[in-house]
Write a protein that binds this ligand. Structure first.
Ligand code: GRF
Length: 200
């Protein structure tokens, strides 16, 4: 399975997936290219450290459709089977989603369908929930709305700040994202309407 990853920043989830491939937890898969919409994304450096092709695509040089067409070109060049969004802070165009239907995954730092969109951990913290978490889901045309693959919850503790809660959630992201990728690459995910059944 040939994987492409879209990123915008730090890339700790990218790193978790790289590590899982290196360790042999995810087998028969390779990350062939990492694409960023930010020139200084640390995720690009992480990719280069492993000899993975790292591409900065400057949004200022394209219109919206042109930008996504360029992403598509790169995905095709690398014969991409699976596209991962890992801290990619830009809307992915419907054309790519259509062509890669049920082959695009995203990690979101909340228990969806609660707290969609940006700053999900802050939203959860300010709402005062007592349980928070993260979700890996298939990407469809809506905002954080595709079929859910895996979720993990964490407690919100009385002494928590937004930062400590965010860190506790991130730790679980690094576990469930590789797990979902492993299930996908082993062909174990079956989508039945909104419901994703993992045949383990
Ligand atoms: C993660 O919290 C992820 O859930 C969200 O953006 C953050 C990206 O972190 N979509 P990183 O770049 O993977 O370290």
């Amino acid at each position: 399975v040939k994987i492409a990853v879209l990123v915008s920043g730090r890339g700790s989830n990218l790193q978790a997936i790289i590590d899982s491939i290196e360790k042999g937890y995810i087998k028969n898969a390779a990350i062939n290219v990492v694409i960023s919409n930010k020139a200084n994304a640390y995720a690009l450096e992480r990719a280069r450290n492993y000899g993975i092709s790292a591409v900065f695509l400057n949004p200022d040089e394209y219109d919206r459709a042109g930008y996504d067409r360029e992403i598509l070109n790169i995905l095709k060049q690398h014969n991409t089977d699976l596209l991962l969004l890992a801290g990619y802070f830009r809307i992915l165009g419907n054309e790519i989603i259509g062509i890669y239907r049920n082959r695009v995954l995203n990690i979101h730092p909340s228990l969806l369908p609660a707290f969609k969109g940006l700053h999900a951990q802050k939203q959860a913290f300010e709402y005062g929930v007592k349980v928070a978490g993260c979700t890996v889901h298939f990407v469809d045309e809506g905002l954080d709305s595709g079929p859910i693959i895996l979720q993990k919850c964490v407690p919100v503790l009385p002494e928590d700040t937004e930062e400590t809660l965010t860190a506790r959630i991130l730790e679980q992201e690094h576990i469930i994202y590789p797990e979902a990728v492993k299930l996908f690459t082993e062909g174990k995910l079956k989508i039945e309407g909104r419901n994703v059944v993992a045949r383990i």
